[in-house]
Unconditional design. Sequence first.
Lengths: 319, 316
Amino acid sequence: MTLTTATRTESRPEPEPKARKPKRRRSAQVQDTPVDRVFMVGVYVLLSTFLLVVLVPLLNIVASSLSSPAAVSGGRVFLWPVDFTLIGYEAVLGNEAILTGFGNSVFYAVVGTVVSVTMTVMIAYPLSRSELVGRRIFIGGVLFTMLFSGGLIPTYMVVRALGLLDTRWALILPAAIGAWQVLIAMTFFRSSIPGELYEAAQLDGASDLRFLWSVVLPLSKPLLAVIALMYGIGQWNSYFSALIYLRSEELYPLQLVLRDILVVNNSGGSNLADQLAAKQMADLMKFSLIVVSTVPVLLVYPFVARHFTKGVMLGSVKG
Amino acid sequence: MTAAVQTRAATDRVRRRRTRRRNLRRHWQLYVLLILPVAYFVTFQYVPMANNVIAFKDYNVVQGIWGSPWTGFDHFERFFANPVAWDLIRNTLVLSLYGFLAGFPIPIILALALNEVRLKFFKRTVQMVTYAPHFISTVIVVSMLILIFSPRIGFMADVLGFFGMNANLLADPDSFRHVYVWSDVWQTAGYSAIIFMAALAGIDPSLYEAARLDGASRLRKIWHVDLPGIAPTVVVVMILSVGSVMAIGFEKAFLLQNPLNLSTSEIIATYTYKIGLLNADFSLATAVGLFNSVINLILLLAVNTVSKRVTGNGLW
């Protein structure tokens, strides 16, 4: 039910809300008593407060990243850059470990997303077809992994036994399929691909694969966008598997490099620490680093915000 | 739904058995597609579950998982005999219950408030801005906390100092939980509101019309139309969050840990990592992890059963 309403609101053409606006305003006028008006003031105050609470730390980080090292170290920056300069960014972009990490993260995000989306479609599409023998068993098998997981050490032992430790695949294969994404994709295929299309394709003699490739996938672009973004951002943001599976620094994704610089901070005599030796500069670099590493996510954010909303709603339909 | 499927299955059983073989031949491509994903689930989900047997064994690399000698519940006893165990369980429970109590109602309140707003621009701005932190990585959020609360450079230290509070929050075990929970609220509240917004959008407009004709105030409308309308969604989200009470994330607690706040920040997940991967005591770590997962599963099943009986809504 949620799904149909969601798609209706999404696909509603632009002129319609405009046409509805006057009616709404009139009804609001009829409705609003003095108590309501006080209530609405409360609503706006509440939401504005929340907006500020979220926004102020973000603005503080951006403003600090654009300030001079001395101003940052002295704690003099609040919401506007003090002694505007870009040297923080120059220092970050000149750091080899950060650049390597950035490149690695791009690799993990791109390859991981391709593998994950392919695998998710490969399981979600057959599971969306009622003809599949043992469909309920397969679905149960997927759902159970949401309730109970093998745990850290038992999973580590599998990765070790497969010889994946300290390879790039250790970050991609164990996280290849998410049960949640399978559920979303399955629900989408079942609810958005009309059965008539399948019957027509069958009459034309199209095989299941042909139908998937030529009909289902072209109709599922919003879904593919949603799960690709979920997997991509998940890969970009994760550090834990890298922490446990990787030893070689040249394989480190950006988040692990960030952790060493930003959180651990006392990484002894490594060349990172040398580069961050000048204390004031080090403070500034942290702020610039936060901005730089979040930019790729922010670049896709406009798409993300729209599609993720849809994804959440797809997921809210029980499978 | 189950009942309908069952009756249909009963009437069609004979015909089905005959068509099953034909079905396999005609739709073989579907089964081919399943091969790799099934291999994934077996390898990376179900084999690890089976590997949990080492919790009942004295695992050593030479003899392997199946060759190592059985020890029964020794590892569990060893864990509970350690006074640290109860601290870990308490820390895990307190942190997640606190997180649930703070993190569960706020998105609902946000969604209800946003639903009242008619200024499109304001509504969109609030949504766009408050969703954003959800996409920031844990490492970055923790770094931001460290910087913002740093007594030397962070602006929050000044704010706290103004109110006469201890400014160095991250070094203080009493503050760890507040920092953990409220930064989580900061990061997820906006995004978690989406699902309730969707539920609100799905409420039958004629109910609002009726409420308006009855002269209901906005508050009464929220109480009598909005809340009942989103109740099923609220229940499902609640079950899921209670079910993950013990599954509290390793990532953030580990990053926020430092020697000074360890007395409250050491939770089961971080302890498992330390004894398992740093001390290489695989069996003990697996036992602790298994204990955690089982409690978690029991909680989820219990909440789901209770909710089904009380409200008629459940996960399945």
